[in-house]
Design a protein around this ligand. Structure first.
Ligand code: 8YV
Length: 316
């Protein structure tokens, strides 16, 4: 028996998980863009056969690529952030763009709190201390307590709220800065970012990436956070001026940083690797079996919804 004809042709920008690719390939023809040597040549010869782009928040979809696909109808993305996708270019042509919101909120919030606790309580540093055999020779230095501290959340969306709920349980006071004050949360609102950073012991970045937030945190903002302040970033690396951050960490302008995201992933500035007051994780915000499964399910619901029912479930 021959398998049914694919219902659409997809251009996959980078390797999504093998299980997800296998699932997609039961119904769609998948072209693996990252494996193509002569991408401009391929686009010239086959660009008009592509119905949809399959991508992720990390792989994105550049404007030039979208423009090289004259029959593109949808961009289906795995991940909540879509700053790497040229959404304006897509929308101008009536191309639907979807992401995977909500299903990852709790996991990303868990990651934010995990690295915040790690940073304040020096957990990774203590682990390195034991592994290096240092315990035989010295006492591990004291850390900074979590309860009683002020957690400043920059970006009070759904993930920001999930973080707020968690840190409150640790006895922290939550304050926030957002484009606008929210009338559905009781936390103290700071109209200016600098005002929030001055008041916060821990500043947690949860804003979307993209041009509106590019290098939102630079030297001046780090000075506002101050020598006892800690920075936690689970948003996008582009939100922080990494060079200014390295300088601030080296000079004691801020106390430390916990970073899950970087400007040029998977590259991490070499200077960060040598600092003990830094916790570094490889963009694992949503990285659990359960959440990635839920993201894959929503990705497929959007893809099938678009091509079978003519309607995606979570367009951006
Ligand atoms: C990645 C994320 O997208 O959802 C987002 O915006 O940053 C992550 O969940 C995920 O790792 C897929 O690449």
């Amino acid at each position: 028996m021959t398998s049914p004809a694919p219902i659409a042709q997809l251009l996959m920008i980078g390797p999504l998980s093998p299980a997800l690719v296998e699932r997609i390939e039961q119904t769609y023809r998948v072209h693996r863009f990252w494996e193509i040597d002569d991408q401009p040549g391929w686009l010239r010869d086959h660009g008009d056969s592509i119905d949809a782009i399959a991508t992720s928040g990390v792989f994105g979809a550049r404007a030039e690529l979208i423009e090289a696909l004259p029959n593109l109808k949808a961009i289906i993305s795995f991940g909540v952030g879509y700053d790497a996708i040229a959404v304006d270019t897509a929308k101008k042509r009536g191309i639907t763009v979807t992401n995977t919101p909500s299903v990852l909120d709790n996991c990303v919030a868990d990651t934010a709190v995990a690295i915040l606790l790690d940073l304040g309580r020096r957990i990774s540093e203590a682990d390195r201390f034991v592994r290096a055999g240092e315990w035989q020779n010295a006492r591990f230095p004291l850390a900074s307590s979590i309860g009683g501290k002020v957690c400043g959340i920059v970006g009070m969306g759904n993930i920001g709220r999930a973080i707020a709920k968690r840190v409150e349980a640790f006895g922290m006071t939550v304050i926030y800065h957002n484009r606008r004050r929210r009338d559905d949360v009781a936390y103290t609102y700071h109209e200016t970012l600098e005002g929030l950073l001055e008041a916060a012991d821990y500043a947690v970045l949860v804003v979307p990436g993209g041009s509106a937030t590019d290098k939102l945190i630079g030297a001046e903002q780090l000075r506002a956070l101050g020598p006892k302040g800690y920075l936690v970033n689970i948003a996008r690396g582009s939100v922080v001026d990494e060079q200014a951050l390295v300088t601030a960490l080296q000079s004691g302008t801020i106390a430390g940083a916990a970073l899950d995201v970087f400007a040029d992933e998977p590259q991490v500035p070499a200077a960060l690797l040598t600092l003990d007051n830094v916790v570094l994780t490889p963009h694992i915000g949503s990285g659990t079996h359960e959440t990635r499964q839920a993201m894959a399910d929503l990705f497929c619901t959007n893809l099938d919804g678009f091509f079978r029912q003519g309607k995606a479930v979570t367009p951006v």
